[in-house]
Write a protein that binds this ligand. Structure first.
Ligand code: SF4
Ligand code: SF4
Length: 233
Protein backbone atom coordinates (compact mmCIF):
# COMPACT_ATOMS: atom_id res chain seq x y z
CA UNK A 1 0.00 0.00 0.00
CA UNK A 2 1.26 3.51 -0.73
CA UNK A 3 2.70 5.06 2.40
CA UNK A 4 1.11 8.20 3.83
CA UNK A 5 3.66 10.32 5.65
CA UNK A 6 2.50 12.30 8.67
CA UNK A 7 3.39 15.96 8.17
CA UNK A 8 4.02 17.42 11.60
CA UNK A 9 4.13 21.09 10.61
CA UNK A 10 1.01 21.01 8.49
CA UNK A 11 -0.65 23.93 10.26
CA UNK A 12 2.17 26.31 9.40
CA UNK A 13 2.53 25.25 5.79
CA UNK A 14 0.14 25.87 2.92
CA UNK A 15 -0.94 23.02 0.68
CA UNK A 16 1.34 24.31 -2.07
CA UNK A 17 4.40 23.69 0.09
CA UNK A 18 3.08 20.35 1.28
CA UNK A 19 2.78 19.24 -2.32
CA UNK A 20 6.17 20.58 -3.36
CA UNK A 21 8.07 17.57 -1.92
CA UNK A 22 5.84 15.43 -4.12
CA UNK A 23 7.44 17.01 -7.18
CA UNK A 24 7.06 13.79 -9.10
CA UNK A 25 3.81 15.42 -10.16
CA UNK A 26 5.69 16.87 -13.10
CA UNK A 27 6.19 13.37 -14.41
CA UNK A 28 2.44 12.77 -14.78
CA UNK A 29 1.71 11.30 -18.20
CA UNK A 30 -2.01 12.20 -18.05
CA UNK A 31 -2.57 8.54 -18.90
CA UNK A 32 -5.71 8.36 -16.72
CA UNK A 33 -4.85 5.01 -15.13
CA UNK A 34 -5.49 6.55 -11.71
CA UNK A 35 -8.93 7.78 -12.76
CA UNK A 36 -9.79 4.44 -14.40
CA UNK A 37 -9.86 2.58 -11.09
CA UNK A 38 -11.09 5.40 -8.86
CA UNK A 39 -14.47 4.70 -7.26
CA UNK A 40 -15.34 8.40 -7.13
CA UNK A 41 -14.00 9.44 -10.55
CA UNK A 42 -16.41 11.81 -12.27
CA UNK A 43 -18.16 12.69 -9.04
CA UNK A 44 -18.76 16.42 -9.48
CA UNK A 45 -16.79 16.16 -12.71
CA UNK A 46 -13.49 15.52 -10.88
CA UNK A 47 -10.98 12.66 -10.83
CA UNK A 48 -7.37 12.21 -9.64
CA UNK A 49 -5.85 12.93 -13.04
CA UNK A 50 -7.67 16.25 -13.27
CA UNK A 51 -6.64 17.13 -9.75
CA UNK A 52 -2.98 16.43 -10.46
CA UNK A 53 -3.28 18.73 -13.45
CA UNK A 54 -4.92 21.44 -11.33
CA UNK A 55 -1.97 21.35 -8.92
CA UNK A 56 0.48 21.51 -11.82
CA UNK A 57 -1.35 24.59 -13.04
CA UNK A 58 -1.11 26.30 -9.66
CA UNK A 59 -4.75 25.82 -8.63
CA UNK A 60 -3.93 24.55 -5.14
CA UNK A 61 -6.45 26.86 -3.47
CA UNK A 62 -9.22 25.43 -5.62
CA UNK A 63 -8.08 21.90 -4.74
CA UNK A 64 -8.22 22.61 -1.00
CA UNK A 65 -11.66 24.21 -1.32
CA UNK A 66 -13.03 21.41 -3.49
CA UNK A 67 -15.74 19.13 -2.10
CA UNK A 68 -14.16 16.34 -4.06
CA UNK A 69 -11.21 15.90 -1.69
CA UNK A 70 -13.78 14.69 0.83
CA UNK A 71 -15.38 12.21 -1.58
CA UNK A 72 -12.07 10.34 -2.03
CA UNK A 73 -12.13 7.12 0.00
CA UNK A 74 -8.33 7.16 0.37
CA UNK A 75 -8.29 3.59 -0.96
CA UNK A 76 -5.04 4.43 -2.79
CA UNK A 77 -5.89 2.46 -5.91
CA UNK A 78 -4.63 5.45 -7.85
CA UNK A 79 -1.29 5.34 -6.03
CA UNK A 80 -0.90 1.64 -6.74
CA UNK A 81 -1.84 2.00 -10.38
CA UNK A 82 0.16 5.09 -11.30
CA UNK A 83 3.06 4.11 -13.61
CA UNK A 84 5.01 7.17 -12.46
CA UNK A 85 4.73 6.46 -8.73
CA UNK A 86 2.66 9.55 -7.92
CA UNK A 87 1.23 9.17 -4.41
CA UNK A 88 -2.19 10.70 -4.84
CA UNK A 89 -3.33 9.35 -1.47
CA UNK A 90 -0.71 11.60 0.15
CA UNK A 91 -1.88 14.57 -1.89
CA UNK A 92 -5.46 14.11 -0.71
CA UNK A 93 -4.29 13.70 2.90
CA UNK A 94 -2.26 16.92 2.66
CA UNK A 95 -5.15 18.77 1.06
CA UNK A 96 -7.48 17.75 3.89
CA UNK A 97 -4.84 18.71 6.46
CA UNK A 98 -4.78 22.17 4.94
CA UNK A 99 -8.49 22.74 5.53
CA UNK A 100 -9.24 24.61 8.80
CA UNK A 101 -10.69 22.10 11.26
CA UNK A 102 -13.94 24.04 11.63
CA UNK A 103 -14.49 23.78 7.86
CA UNK A 104 -14.25 20.00 7.59
CA UNK A 105 -17.56 18.51 6.41
CA UNK A 106 -20.16 16.73 8.50
CA UNK A 107 -19.29 15.12 11.79
CA UNK A 108 -15.98 13.50 10.97
CA UNK A 109 -13.73 15.96 12.83
CA UNK A 110 -16.09 15.91 15.80
CA UNK A 111 -15.76 12.12 15.81
CA UNK A 112 -11.96 12.38 15.71
CA UNK A 113 -12.12 14.83 18.63
CA UNK A 114 -14.32 12.40 20.57
CA UNK A 115 -11.69 9.72 20.07
CA UNK A 116 -8.98 11.96 21.42
CA UNK A 117 -11.01 13.14 24.40
CA UNK A 118 -12.76 9.93 25.48
CA UNK A 119 -10.69 7.07 23.96
CA UNK A 120 -13.49 6.19 21.54
CA UNK A 121 -15.59 7.78 18.82
CA UNK A 122 -18.93 7.41 20.60
CA UNK A 123 -17.86 8.93 23.92
CA UNK A 124 -18.66 5.72 25.78
CA UNK A 125 -17.43 5.68 29.33
CA UNK A 126 -15.16 2.84 30.44
CA UNK A 127 -17.99 1.52 32.63
CA UNK A 128 -20.58 1.54 29.84
CA UNK A 129 -18.24 -0.10 27.37
CA UNK A 130 -17.22 -2.84 29.78
CA UNK A 131 -20.86 -3.43 30.68
CA UNK A 132 -21.71 -3.93 27.03
CA UNK A 133 -18.70 -6.22 26.47
CA UNK A 134 -19.65 -8.34 29.47
CA UNK A 135 -23.39 -8.41 28.67
CA UNK A 136 -22.70 -10.01 25.29
CA UNK A 137 -20.24 -12.44 26.86
CA UNK A 138 -22.82 -13.50 29.44
CA UNK A 139 -25.39 -14.13 26.71
CA UNK A 140 -22.87 -16.09 24.67
CA UNK A 141 -22.53 -18.52 27.55
CA UNK A 142 -25.91 -19.96 26.57
CA UNK A 143 -24.27 -21.14 23.36
CA UNK A 144 -20.71 -21.66 24.64
CA UNK A 145 -20.92 -22.44 28.37
CA UNK A 146 -17.18 -22.29 29.02
CA UNK A 147 -16.70 -18.92 27.32
CA UNK A 148 -14.99 -16.36 29.56
CA UNK A 149 -14.37 -12.81 28.37
CA UNK A 150 -10.73 -11.83 28.90
CA UNK A 151 -11.01 -8.15 29.79
CA UNK A 152 -7.66 -6.42 30.48
CA UNK A 153 -5.86 -9.74 30.50
CA UNK A 154 -2.20 -9.16 31.23
CA UNK A 155 0.21 -10.80 28.79
CA UNK A 156 -2.42 -11.87 26.24
CA UNK A 157 -1.01 -12.30 22.75
CA UNK A 158 -3.74 -10.45 20.83
CA UNK A 159 -5.12 -7.00 21.69
CA UNK A 160 -8.59 -6.84 20.16
CA UNK A 161 -9.87 -3.54 18.79
CA UNK A 162 -13.46 -2.93 17.77
CA UNK A 163 -15.67 -0.24 16.25
CA UNK A 164 -17.46 1.78 18.94
CA UNK A 165 -20.72 1.35 17.03
CA UNK A 166 -20.62 -2.26 18.20
CA UNK A 167 -20.97 -1.71 21.95
CA UNK A 168 -23.20 1.32 21.29
CA UNK A 169 -25.60 0.12 18.58
CA UNK A 170 -24.74 -3.41 17.41
CA UNK A 171 -23.67 -5.37 20.50
CA UNK A 172 -24.47 -8.72 18.84
CA UNK A 173 -21.48 -8.08 16.57
CA UNK A 174 -19.30 -8.44 19.64
CA UNK A 175 -20.42 -12.03 19.97
CA UNK A 176 -19.25 -12.74 16.43
CA UNK A 177 -15.82 -11.38 17.35
CA UNK A 178 -15.75 -13.40 20.57
CA UNK A 179 -16.66 -16.57 18.67
CA UNK A 180 -13.83 -16.09 16.21
CA UNK A 181 -11.24 -15.72 18.97
CA UNK A 182 -12.77 -18.66 20.83
CA UNK A 183 -12.75 -20.89 17.75
CA UNK A 184 -9.18 -19.86 16.90
CA UNK A 185 -8.11 -20.88 20.43
CA UNK A 186 -5.81 -17.88 20.70
CA UNK A 187 -4.77 -15.97 23.78
CA UNK A 188 -6.51 -12.59 23.47
CA UNK A 189 -7.92 -9.71 25.42
CA UNK A 190 -10.23 -6.78 25.05
CA UNK A 191 -9.03 -3.73 26.89
CA UNK A 192 -11.33 -1.52 28.94
CA UNK A 193 -9.48 1.49 27.43
CA UNK A 194 -8.29 2.49 23.96
CA UNK A 195 -10.12 -0.35 22.25
CA UNK A 196 -11.42 1.88 19.43
CA UNK A 197 -10.36 0.45 16.08
CA UNK A 198 -11.70 3.19 13.82
CA UNK A 199 -9.64 6.33 13.50
CA UNK A 200 -11.41 9.27 11.86
CA UNK A 201 -8.37 11.51 12.14
CA UNK A 202 -6.97 9.50 9.24
CA UNK A 203 -9.85 10.71 7.12
CA UNK A 204 -9.88 14.31 8.28
CA UNK A 205 -6.15 14.85 7.80
CA UNK A 206 -5.74 15.60 11.52
CA UNK A 207 -2.19 14.43 12.01
CA UNK A 208 -1.95 15.49 15.66
CA UNK A 209 -5.03 13.51 16.68
CA UNK A 210 -4.08 10.53 14.53
CA UNK A 211 -0.66 10.38 16.18
CA UNK A 212 -1.96 11.03 19.70
CA UNK A 213 -4.66 8.35 19.58
CA UNK A 214 -2.36 5.77 18.03
CA UNK A 215 0.39 6.44 20.58
CA UNK A 216 -2.05 6.16 23.47
CA UNK A 217 -3.41 2.91 22.07
CA UNK A 218 0.10 1.55 21.57
CA UNK A 219 0.87 2.49 25.20
CA UNK A 220 -2.15 0.49 26.33
CA UNK A 221 -1.04 -2.50 24.25
CA UNK A 222 2.36 -2.30 25.92
CA UNK A 223 0.86 -1.94 29.40
CA UNK A 224 -1.02 -5.17 28.88
CA UNK A 225 2.04 -6.82 27.36
CA UNK A 226 0.23 -7.85 24.18
CA UNK A 227 2.21 -8.76 21.09
CA UNK A 228 -0.30 -8.25 18.28
CA UNK A 229 -2.97 -5.60 17.79
CA UNK A 230 -5.92 -7.11 15.94
CA UNK A 231 -8.17 -4.83 13.89
CA UNK A 232 -11.51 -6.56 13.53
CA UNK A 233 -13.06 -3.88 11.30
S1 SF4 B 1 -1.85 7.35 -13.29
FE1 SF4 B 1 -0.18 8.69 -12.66
S2 SF4 B 1 0.76 9.32 -14.59
FE2 SF4 B 1 -1.29 8.52 -15.10
S3 SF4 B 1 -2.64 10.34 -15.05
FE3 SF4 B 1 -2.71 9.42 -13.03
S4 SF4 B 1 -1.15 10.54 -11.84
FE4 SF4 B 1 -0.73 10.90 -14.03
S1 SF4 C 1 -7.48 7.17 -3.16
FE1 SF4 C 1 -9.15 8.57 -3.70
S2 SF4 C 1 -8.56 9.38 -5.69
FE2 SF4 C 1 -7.37 7.52 -5.37
S3 SF4 C 1 -8.55 5.86 -6.30
FE3 SF4 C 1 -9.11 5.94 -4.13
S4 SF4 C 1 -10.89 7.25 -4.07
FE4 SF4 C 1 -9.92 7.63 -6.04
Amino acid sequence: MGKIVLEKKRKERPFKELVAPLSKLDSCLTCGTCAGGCPVADWEGMDPRKMVRMIQLGLEEEVVRSNWIWQCTNCQRCTWACPMGINFGQIIYNARSSVPREETPGEIQKTANNHRETMNNMRLTVEDAVESFQWMADELKEEIPDFELPIDKQGAEYFCTINSKQPQYFPMDLQSIYKIFYAAKVDWTISSQWWEGTNYAVFTGDTDTWEYTLREQAKRVEELGCRVMAYTE
